[in-house]
Ligand binder design. Structure first.
Ligand code: ATP
Length: 202
């Protein structure tokens, strides 16, 4: 998949609806300190399923909602949409029938986030998996924020291995295996219970 367009509304300093076109090749964002360059990259990470408010430089997730300024009142909703081009048919099976995929994440003050893909409600997990396979997720090696290089150099071997696994595109497989193992364990417990019942009946 290819990123086409990022649309923000009420997100951090982007109170009015703002669109950023992402063409193939390089897209540069320039501007004075504090104008919102990092906020744009964070919006990208957020719509891809970021779960840590701390990694969004906040103390709770509601901090991504426009908090008001001297001239404008605060908002109660923030929304980020990411438009993807899937003409290369590389999206996971659940979304692969579409040429264009629009992922929308919306947060309402005090009541958390929800996600939609092409207008249908989906779980955060679905969105995270969509990007995990493309090695472009919220924790991806493809997104390097300020201070991250030093962090990677000083990282413990296990977290560095995580980065390599993501770069190799197998993170999605790992979390799918984990989900499958949980289901297997639940099934085993059910079987045991069933055996108990059978023994009682005998
Ligand atoms: P630098 O070049 O210094 O890294 P930058 O261009 O990356 O700056 P950001 O860090 O993206 O800038 O933007 C910071 C600005 O966003 C600050 O002015 C901050 O007040 C504003 N901001 C962050 N969260 C919110 C929010 N919830 N509501 C309103 N404004 C916000």
């Amino acid at each position: 998949v290819q990123f086409n367009k990022l649309r923000l509304s009420g997100f951090k300093s982007f109170v009015d609806q703002t669109e950023l076109l992402i063409s193939s090749g390089m897209t540069g964002i320039v501007g004075p300190n504090g104008c919102g360059k990092s906020n744009l990259v964070e919006a990208l990470r957020w719509v891809m399923g970021e779960t840590s408010a701390k990694r969004m430089r906040g103390s709770e997730m509601d901090d991504v909602i426009f908090a008001g300024s001297a001239t404008r009142p605060a908002r109660n909703i923030a929304e980020v949409s990411l438009l993807l081009d899937n003409r290369d048919r590389t999206a996971p099976a659940a979304f692969n029938e579409y040429d264009d995929i629009e992922v929308v994440r919306r947060i309402s003050r005090g009541s958390g986030s929800n996600y939609k893909v092409n207008g249908k409600d989906v779980r955060a997990r679905d969105v995270q998996l969509l990007f995990a396979d493309a090695a472009s997720g919220s924790q991806s090696t493809a997104l390097v924020s300020q201070g991250r290089i030093g962090e990677i150099i000083n990282a413990k071997p296990t977290s560095r291995r995580g980065l390599l696994e993501e770069a190799a595109g197998i993170t999605g497989l790992h979390s799918r295996r984990h989900e499958a193992e949980l289901r297997l364990r639940a099934a085993e417990t059910n079987l045991e219970r069933l055996e108990d019942v059978i023994t009682t009946l005998d």
